[in-house]
Design a protein around this ligand. Structure first.
Ligand SMILES: Nc1ncnc2c1ncn2[C@@H]1O[C@H](COP(=O)(O)OP(=O)(O)OP(=O)(O)O)[C@@H](O)[C@H]1O
Ligand SMILES: [Mg+2]
Length: 267
C-alpha cells in the first residue's frame, strides 16, 4: 500500500537569476508503507531538496506529494512535522544543547500540543515513557535525564535525536546523512540503532547516505538520484545481492557534475 506518492516534482532555486538552478526535474517516487529506502546520489543531485520538499521546508514549483492519499502541498512545516520526523547530519541540529535530556525528550513528546512545554510539567508517567525509549538505545541515557545534552558526544546526541524523532511513532522518518559526522564505529552503532527502531516500529523511512555499504546493508529498497530524478530503483533480492563495486559502477554511470540548465561551459 502506498504511504507517500511523489508525482512530477519540480523545483528551481533562484528562478530568473543567473544562479537559476533546476534541481528536481520531474521526480516520481511511490513509497510503500514500511519501505526503508536508502537514497544515494552525487553532491548536488537533489537528495536533501527531495527530503526538504517532503518536510515542507522547500516549496515545490510543480507536482504533488500525497501522504496516505492526501496532498501535503498546502500543509505548513509545523503541521507536517507531527507526521514526519527528521534527523540531520549535524548532531547539534537535533537536540537543544542548553536543555537536559529530559527536556529534549519532553519537546519531542509534547510536539504539536497547544500548551507550551514549559507550562507543562513532566509527570512521572511521562518520565517512564522517556526512560523506556532511551533504554532502547543501550547507552545508559535513561539514567542521565538531568544531564545537559551539551555534555553528550556526537554519537550519543544522534542516538538521542533518533529517540526523539521516533518517540511518537511518525508516519515517515527522514534521515539526511545522519551518521556522516560520526567516526566509523559510532556511525555503525547509530546505524544499528536506526535499524532496530525502524524494524520495531515498522517505520517507513527515507535515508540519504554516501556510505555505499550502508546503502546496500540497510533497508529493503535503494534509489539513486541523478539530475533531480530517480535513475535507479532496486529492491529485495536485487538490492541485497548488489556489491559495493556494482553500486559504485552504477554511481559513476549516473553521476558527474550537475550543471544548471543554462550553465556556460568556459574554456
Ligand atoms: N535553499 C536553497 N537555495 C538555493 N539553492 C539551493 C537551496 N537548497 C539547495 N540548493 C541547491 O540545489 C542543489 C541540490 O542541493 P541538495 O542539497 O539537494 O543536494 P544533495 O543531493 O543533498 O547533495 P549533498 O550530497 O552534497 O548533500 C545544489 O546545487 C544546491 O546548491
Ligand atoms: Mg544533501
Amino acid at each position: 500500500m502506498s504511504l507517500l506518492t511523489l508525482t512530477n516534482i519540480h523545483k528551481t532555486f533562484e528562478k530568473g537569476t543567473v544562479n537559476e538552478n533546476h534541481v528536481l526535474r520531474g521526480l516520481d517516487l511511490d513509497i510503500n508503507q514500511g519501505d526503508f529506502i536508502s537514497v544515494i546520489g552525487g553532491n548536488g543531485a537533489g537528495k536533501s531538496t527531495l527530503l526538504n520538499s517532503i518536510a515542507g521546508v522547500v516549496d515545490i514549483d510543480q507536482g504533488d506529494i500525497l501522504l496516505e492519499g492526501e496532498s501535503l502541498r498546502k500543509e505548513p512545516v509545523a503541521k507536517r512535522a507531527k507526521k514526519i520526523s527528521r534527523v540531520f547530519q549535524d548532531p547539534r541540529m537535533g537536540t537543544a544543547t542548553n536543555l537536559t535530556i529530559e527536556e529534549n525528550m519532553a519537546i519531542a513528546y509534547f510536539r504539536g500540543e497547544k500548551r507550551s512545554l514549559f507550562k507543562k510539567a513532566v509527570t512521572d508517567k511521562d518520565r517512564a515513557v522517556f526512560k523506556t525509549a532511551l533504554s532502547e538505545l543501550g547507552l545508559g541515557l535513561e539514567d542521565r535525564l538531568k544531564t545537559d545534552a551539551a555534555f553528550l558526544s556526537g554519537g550519543q546526541r544522534q542516538a538521542l535525536t533518533l529517540a526523539m524523532a521516533t518517540l511518537l511513532r511518525p508516519k515517515l522518518l527522514l534521515l539526511d546523512e545522519h551518521t556522516a559526522a560520526l567516526d566509523p564505529k559510532t556511525s555503525d552503532m547509530v546505524m544499528a540503532l536506526t535499524k532496530k527502531i525502524v524494524e520495531e516500529q515498522r517505520l517507513t523511512t527515507l535515508m540519504i547516505t554516501h556510505n555505499m555499504e550502508h546503502a546496500i546493508a540497510y533497508g529493503n529498497r535503494l534509489v539513486m538520484l541523478y539530475h533531480g530524478k530517480i535513475v535507479v530503483d532496486v529492491r529485495g533480492e536485487e538490492k541485497t545481492s548488489l556489491t559495493v563495486a556494482q553500486l559504485m559502477d552504477l554511481f559513476h554511470k549516473n553521476s558527474g557534475e550537475v550543471l544548471a540548465d543554462d550553465a556556460l561551459v568556459l574554456g
